[in-house]
Design a protein around this ligand. Sequence first.
Ligand code: UD1
Ligand code: CA
Length: 453
Amino acid sequence: MVQAMNSIAIIVLAAGKGTRMRSAAPKVLHRAAGRSLLGHVLTAAAALSPVRAIVVNGPGQADVADEALAHFPAASIVTQKERLGTGHAVSIALPALKKFSGTVMVLYGDTPLLSVETLQGLAAQVNAKTPFAVLGFEAANPTGYGRLLRNAAGSLTGIREELDASKKEKAIRLCNSGVIALDAGLLAKLLPLVGNKNAKGEYYLTDLVALAVKAKKRVALSVCPEAEVLGVNTRAQLAEVEAHFQQRLRARAMEGGATLVAPETVYFCADTVVGCDVVIEPDVVFGPKVVIGDNVQIRAFSHIEGAKIAAGATIGPFARLRPGADIAADAHIGNFVEIKKSRVEKGAKVNHLSYIGDARVGAKANIGAGTITCNYDGFAKHVTDIGAGAFIGSNSSLVAPVRIGDGAYVGSGSVITKDVPDNALALERGTQTIREGWAARFRALRQAVKAKI
Ligand code: UD1
Ligand code: CA
């Protein structure tokens, strides 16, 4: 019989300042793969469809609260005024769980690599017979972690923090990840029993295991790969976590049918969506919110963020797509082209050295080399609207707000300040003059002067 899973509430502890990061920003707001550490934890936790989420921040950390709400709008934020330990942090979150019955999962905000599968596996261990489950891992180097203590039968009996551990206990490599899941009623019953008589003088959440065993409750153990529980305490660990994310994201893109010519040089964001038969050349960087359709080519040295790229489009080499770039099917964006908040419609071409901002480029329009939309007057941004099939000659400036009609031509080098009707030619430049033989006469004159010196 398939048992329905208990409803889940999550508590994320994020009150730490992260002193070792040497940063003005709270640790959990530092980013890996374009997303805050807290955002990663909340994204994984959200996949469990928790009915409640409580984030514990520290005093003065309104930015942590904002980030939590951005990822989990229904979250409750609780501020821990004094940092008295992980057990204390959970105890101040408890009032927000009044009337909740089900499984409470506690997560740390600085452990961003946990997979949804691992969290689901842990939650699934909790049932009426086994009301408590701990996520552990085999540490290559256990120093600094809490050690998982087991009896002869292999059942968990407690967790010993590094500073309180005996020499024998320190030799244990099975460690506490920090993630636990337990019955809400049991948590409420045991938490007040946690004391602070230990080396740090803190209320340790980890003491719950021994208390549960004492109360004759079974505590299950789930073990996950160490890479999933890598915590971030330093900038070096942040870089390590970034590397793990990139490895995962590159693998995910390739499994999804994209060719990465040199995967180790492509940097994704956690939310990058990559289609099928996409080719990504070396040295491409993706910022947040990029969606790439099928059969897109992204050529080398491109930087892309906040952009939508539809099927069959070609981007780069050396292209920059900024937020709001909306590139339709089969469009071409070439080298040294910057596109911001603009829609480039089907089959349009912007191939060389252009800035297109706050614009629409109509289907099949051709934007010549060096064309610039002059969208900003120092105070406000203005729109340039380029019709379908229009042809903009090279080195033109389109001074917004301005509209170029469907099928219109703009002569090269023009500075366009007035609307151009459909199918018209707009030309705005000095009249060319020709002086026959002038260059030859000029050279002869200069050479004669030089010969005399
Ligand atoms: C904790 C565990 C340890 C485990 C390790 C895994 C305890 C007592 N120990 O140790 O068994 O192996 O994580 O990385 O839980 N926090 C608060 N308020 C507090 C204290 C901590 O919000 O008063 C938050 C921190 O911001 C952090 C998390 O809780 O996100 C863990 O705290 P930390 O001090 O880093 O615990 P560790 O010593 O690493
Ligand atoms: Ca830690």
